[in-house]
Design a protein around this ligand. Structure first.
Ligand code: ADP
Ligand code: MG
Length: 703
């Protein structure tokens, strides 16, 4: 146990990046762009993988593709012309010979690699014209002073613009050598009690793993040293959310007393359907929250189609009955428009004034809307971010409703609340999400919010038939898409990548688009229109394509996984997903939720590229068996295998530096326990931990 690490950091030595050798203002600025402001931050850039340069491999036992350190004697170095100048250096170690190939070289390098010199080099074994070779290996001519082999595995860091690997290694080594520069804010008693590695031991291990380190465990991210850091990072987020929560409890809000004959009651009794039990229950707690004198902070979770909008509308009307305004915000223009159109239908008969605000609204129209909002004649305002623009004043904003909240970070959400502030008063806040999140995760990552869940679907919903097919059946699927379109239905065809990639053997959107245009557009009499949407398009262009699809000008939409959560295209009844074996369950579920939005039977085809791994087989099985988002979310935690990089970002959870909320979900109960103890017994430590991981953002709750 490193006792020194538990003492306060000595202030001399490493306070600023420029205290490191070789760091001037220019490099410090580059590092700043990577989120590195302090020497300590360097230690939290964790290696992606490791190289083993601790032992020498005889040339005779090298295998194709291997990366290895080799030590050998130069037999011949010559410059040849093979279309361009190449330097070829033939070396041998007695077991076999190997060629080193260089396309860029200096005269001095050529002279240095003279016959008889001993060289040590590191590179990847490739097949060359005359047996194995290495292209541009790192090498050095050996002498007595530099013959020592590395004692640790060599870390390979994520590519960091403008800061080279060697430079980064050097800087990180300087910080590690300084030792005391990193202070363990977790109190010693908690470290012991929870049997955690100390911070300094953890970072030292990760940047300098011993020769015999468990590489598999490190690659999977499950090593105790990695878990220690992940835990501290999640802890920091969790603490800051708890802090936000505590502060909110001291803020004031307009109390909106419960009524039985208000607008919301009228609205609900006028609906052509009855609320489901879960809608009813959520609404009851929302009314209870709104009657309080401090702001509601509630998350309403419920799968796509469960009817959150009705609940939101009733809550907004409740605010209007209490002489307040309500703002309903969606993340995109298209989603906001859908809300506007639905709500308008509901509110008009009630005589409630709805205003519409989007970034696209300009000039006089905007001025008029601003006036109506300031005067309070606009009682409910629907729109995008424009609802919280500088210069827009509400007469009395009592409730903010944010749809698809995972598209907005915690801090963005809080800033919406601030915009509606008057003195110590804040609007109530209801945030809604269709991303189902298992309970432990919700308790940790939404610790600032109370959570209501709608699990029940409105009666009469058709389940979506789901099949899994190997992708050599693509032709059959195309025929099926044609048949559906000819009947007036629409289809999504989702691909994991935009363009063809050499590295990944995936079906890409551009080739699929070309294939479908070829197969569908000219052969059919009416002509089926195919569209393409992907993440590299500008927002306006994306929305235009989405609108054409919604309007039916496009019938088959080829998409990467960017397609909007929540967009309602009832005519879309077919969802085809390529490389479904590579996607996480949460993502597959979200994608499938784009169809099944009408009384028509919908289907989802999961195309996969055989052979299927055990994990993938189980996942596709889950998709076929259930449509319940919460069951799927729980299975997602259980079944997530290594290598499923696609889709991590789709879960709607916040991105972290070190932690991965899915991978590290097992840590959550311990984190909650630690947070409790820290806040109770060590408030200073908890502030320091938040500051380390969240920087300035940790002060956000300071309102
Ligand atoms: P989401 O939760 O995805 O936002 P919506 O609020 O858009 O779901 O509701 C989906 C559809 O279900 C809408 O057409 C809505 O009018 C309808 N709906 C909502 N609640 C009920 C209910 N209790 N019974 C029948 N239909 C309902
Ligand atoms: Mg919705």
């Amino acid at each position: 146990m490193n006792q020194a690490a538990r003492q306060p950091a000595p202030t001399k030595g490493l306070n600023a990046l420029t205290d490191l050798r070789g760091v001037g203002p220019a490099l410090a600025e580059k590092l700043g762009r990577l989120g590195v402001y302090h020497p300590e931050d360097l230690l939290f850039i964790l290696p992606l993988r490791y190289e083993d340069r601790t032992r020498i491999t005889p040339i005779g036992s090298l295998t194709l593709g291997q990366r290895a350190v080799v030590e050998a004697e130069v037999e011949l170095t010559e410059v040849a012309y093979r279309g361009r100048r190449v330097m070829l250096c033939r070396v041998s170690d007695g077991t076999a010979a190997l060629t080193l190939r260089f396309f860029y070289f200096s005269r001095a390098q050529q002279a240095g690699l003279a016959r008889g010199k001993r060289v040590r080099f590191y590179g990847e074994v490739r097949r060359g014209a005359a047996g194995f070779e290495m292209v541009h290996p790192e090498y050095r001519i050996l002498n007595e002073a530099n013959a020592k082999l590395d004692e640790h595995l060599t870390p390979v860091y994520p590519s960091t613009e403008g800061v080279q690997q060697g430079r980064l290694r050097n800087l990180i080594n300087q910080v590690l050598d300084h030792g005391q520069a990193i202070f363990d804010y977790l109190p010693a008693d908690l470290i012991d009690e929870h049997k955690l590695p100390t911070l300094i031991n953890a970072v030292t291990y990760l940047h300098r793993p011993p020769k015999n380190a468990q590489l598999e465990q490190l690659t999977a991210g499950n090593h105790p040293a990695q878990q220690r850091l992940a835990m501290e990072e999640i802890l920091a987020h969790h603490l800051s959310l708890r802090q936000i929560r505590q502060r909110a409890e001291r803020l004031k809000a307009e109390a909106m007393p419960a009524t039985t004959d208000g607008l919301s009651a009228k609205f609900i009794s006028g609906l052509p359907f009855n609320l489901t039990g879960d809608q009813r229950k959520s609404l009851d707690v929302i009314y209870e929250d709104l009657a309080q004198k401090h702001p509601m902070m509630r998350l309403l979770q419920g799968d796509v189609g469960c009817g959150k909008t009705v609940v939101a509308a009733a809550a907004a009307l409740h605010a209007v009955s209490a002489d307040c305004q309500a703002a309903i915000m969606a993340p995109t223009e298209l989603l906001a428009e859908q809300h506007r159109d639905n709500l308008q239908k509901w509110f008009k008969p009630l005589g409630v004034e709805l205003a519409w605000l989007s970034g696209a609204l300009k000039g006089k129209q905007r001025a008029r809307t601003y006036e109506a909002i300031a005067a309070g004649t606009a009682q409910i305002v629907v729109g995008t971010h424009a609802l919280f623009q500088e210069g827009l004043e509400y007469k009395k904003l009592g409730l903010v409703i944010v749809d698809e909240q995972h598209r907005f970070g915690v801090h963005q959400r809080l800033s919406f609340m601030e915009k509606g502030a008057t003195g110590a008063h804040r609007p109530h806040q209801l945030v809604m999400t269709a991303t189902p999140i298992p309970r432990t995760l919700a308790m940790t990552m939404y610790a600032d919010l109370d959570v209501s869940v709608i699990r029940e679907m409105p009666p009469g919903r058709q389940s979506i038939t789901t099949v899994a097919l190997p992708d050599d059946r693509r032709g059959d699927v195309v025929s099926r898409v044609r048949a559906a379109c000819e009947e007036g239905q629409r289809a999504y065809w989702v691909c994991p990548l935009i363009e063809e990639s050499e590295a990944l053997n995936y079906q890409d959107a551009q080739s699929t688009y070309a294939m479908l245009c070829e197969a569908l557009q000219d052969k059919s009499p009416g002509g089926i229109a195919v569209g393409l949407i992907h993440g590299r398009m500008k927002n306006d262009a994306k929305e235009a394509v989405m609108k054409s699809f919604a309007a039916g000008d496009i019938q088959v939409l080829v998409a990467t996984t960017v397609i909007e959560v929540g967009v309602d295209v009832p005519e879309a009844t077919l969802m085809i997903i390529e490389n479904s074996e590579r996607m996480g369950l949460a993502q597959l579920h979200q994608l499938r939720g784009r169809v099944g939005r009408s009384s028509r039977k919908s289907s989802c085809v999961l195309l996969y590229r055989p052979p299927l791994s055990q994990h993938a087989t189980e996942r596709l099985g889950v998709m076929r068996e259930t449509g319940d988002g919460f069951v799927i979310a729980q299975k997602d935690l259980e079944l997530r295998g290594p290598g499923e990089v696609l889709g991590k970002r789709q879960t709607g959870l916040m991105q972290m530096r070190v932690a991965d909320l899915i991978r590290d979900a097992g840590l959550l109960p311990q984190i909650q326990e630690l947070a409790q103890k820290l806040l109770r017994d060590h408030p200073d430590s908890s502030a320091a931990i938040m500051h380390r991981w969240l920087g300035k953002a940790s002060e956000y709750g300071n309102v």
